[in-house]
Every structure is written in structure tokens, then in C-alpha cells.
Write a protein that binds this ligand. Structure first.
Ligand code: HEC
Length: 240
């Protein structure tokens, strides 16, 4: 029994350790929600693609998977190239990024798989004002992050309030709004959910094909079942 308890502790420990003590919020990821994915794609090209690439994905693939007409993609979503078959590459050159931010913004193609959707969703909603940081911003999930709060006009600017726990360690308590943005909390949550949904799709576009394939397989099985049943009846007719 004691050994079992020890084993359980060991198995569950890394899960606690990786949380960094910061609570991650649940996010409703739904790759069949095409409208959310379309909005996420629009937000991504407008707010993220200036610095971050998603270099594993092509514009025409996004157009097809998310059912956005190629003309709409060409006219509204492509700022760095005019070829629809091109990869989603950031506007900013890595050497400029290094100069301005001290680090190159990472490619976001696989970020939803490495960090997980809950982390991304929480990260995008956890920026706060910090005078000690070069950009003026910091993030609860990513201390001293070099990324500015690019969505602050939507979310607003907030201070973070910290307290000391019993061991004297600084822990995050809550945010205080300093200057409200154009969206309320629910609207901003929806925007960051759409972005996260899109980044999950980008992490594995083949999932969309699998989704569709799954439906065909089920339809096939349903039809097959009817014939299998009729066939069974036919065979057993003579046995009875
Ligand atoms: C002005 C440039 C800029 C824009 C625009 C920008 N980012 Fe960033 N981002 C950065 C930089 C620089 C870093 C690296 C931070 C570091 O390492 O300290 C970063 C880091 C990140 C990370 C953390 C990656 C990791 O290391 O795990 C995520 C996630 C991210 N950005 C998502 C986004 C999303 C989503 C958008 C659009 C809403 C966006 N970023 C827009 C500059 C930018």
C-alpha cells in the first residue's frame, strides 16, 4: 500500500511541477467550428504575422481547409507575398527582430503542440504593465517576456497585483484594469479562443482531413450495416 502511494506520488508529481503554480484556463478547442477558425486566421495575419511566421502552412491550404475563398485570402490576408501557394512567413526579418527585441519571435506552426492550447489561451490573456521591462509589458506565464501586449487595444492595459505566500515567495493575485480596451472580458476571451483554435489547427492541418474522413467512415459503416443485416437475414432464412 505504501509502495503504491509512493508510485502514485511519483507519477503525478511532474504534472504539478510543470504548472509553475500558475493556473491555466480551459479553452474550448473545436476544429469543426469553421467560423471560429476563420476569425482566428484573420486575427493571426493582422496581429501576429508581422513578427511570427507559421512557416509550415501555405495560404492556399488555409483557404481550402477553412473554406475561405482564395480571393478573400489574397485581398485581405496576404501582406508578405502575392502568391497563394506561399508559406506564411513573418514580415519582420529575423535580424531586425533580434535587434529590436533581443530575440527572434519563434515560429508558431507547432506552438500549440509544444505549449498546449490551455497555456496559449492563458498566455494571450495574461499580459500586464511593467515599467522595468523594455517593451513596458510583462506576462504572468512568461516572466520578462520580450513580446509586447499586441492585443492591448482590445483587452485594455492592466496592472498585476502580487502577494507574498507563507514562504515569502511572490505569487500572482489578480489583475487591475488601468485603461479598458474596446472589448469586454467575454468578447476578449472569445477573440483569444479563436486565435488558439487557429493555432491548434495550424499545428496539424491534417486533423481537418481526418475529421472529414471520420464522417465518411461513419456514413459508410451505417450503410454497410443495413446490407450486412439484410445479408444475415437472407443466410439464416434457410437455417431456421
Ligand atoms: C511585435 C512583435 C510580436 C508580435 C506582433 C507578436 N509577438 Fe509573440 N513574441 C514576440 C517575441 C519577441 C517573442 C519571444 C519572447 C521571449 O522569448 O521573451 C514572442 C513570443 C511568443 C510566444 C511564446 C513562445 C514560446 O517561447 O513558447 C507566443 C505563444 C506568442 N509569441 C504568440 C503570439 C501571438 C498569438 C501573436 C498575435 C496575437 C503574437 N505573438 C504577436 C514578438 C511578437
Amino acid at each position: 500500500m505504501k509502495n503504491l502511494f509512493l508510485l502514485l506520488t511519483l507519477v503525478t508529481m511532474p504534472a504539478f511541477a510543470s504548472g509553475d503554480g500558475v493556473h491555466l484556463d480551459d479553452v474550448n478547442i473545436d476544429l469543426s467550428d469553421t467560423e471560429s477558425l476563420q476569425k482566428g486566421a484573420g486575427l493571426f495575419v493582422n496581429y501576429c504575422l508581422s513578427c511570427h511566421s507559421a512557416a509550415f502552412v501555405r495560404y492556399n491550404r488555409v483557404a481550402k481547409d477553412l473554406q475561405i475563398p482564395e480571393k478573400v485570402v489574397k485581398d485581405n490576408m496576404m501582406f508578405t507575398t502575392d502568391r497563394i501557394g506561399e508559406l506564411m512567413i513573418a514580415t519582420m526579418l529575423p535580424k531586425d527582430a533580434k535587434k529590436w527585441f533581443g530575440t527572434v519571435p519563434p515560429d508558431l506552426s507547432l506552438i500549440a503542440r509544444s505549449r498546449g492550447p490551455e497555456w496559449l489561451y492563458t498566455y494571450l490573456r495574461s499580459f500586464y504593465l511593467d515599467d522595468s521591462s523594455p517593451s513596458g509589458w510583462n506576462n504572468i506565464l512568461f516572466d520578462k517576456v520580450a513580446m509586447p501586449h499586441v492585443l492591448y487595444k482590445l483587452q485594455g492595459a492592466r496592472h498585476a497585483v502580487f502577494k507574498k505566500d507563507e514562504n515569502g515567495i511572490k505569487v500572482f493575485e489578480r489583475f487591475e484594469m488601468v485603461k479598458p480596451g474596446s472589448l469586454n472580458k467575454e468578447e476578449f476571451d472569445a477573440v483569444t479562443r479563436d486565435l488558439t483554435n487557429f493555432l491548434v489547427y495550424v499545428g496539424e492541418p491534417a486533423q481537418m482531413v481526418r475529421y472529414k474522413l471520420g464522417v465518411y467512415v461513419l456514413v459508410f459503416l451505417a450503410i454497410f450495416l443495413v446490407f450486412a443485416y439484410l445479408l444475415k437475414k437472407e443466410y439464416w432464412k434457410d437455417v431456421h
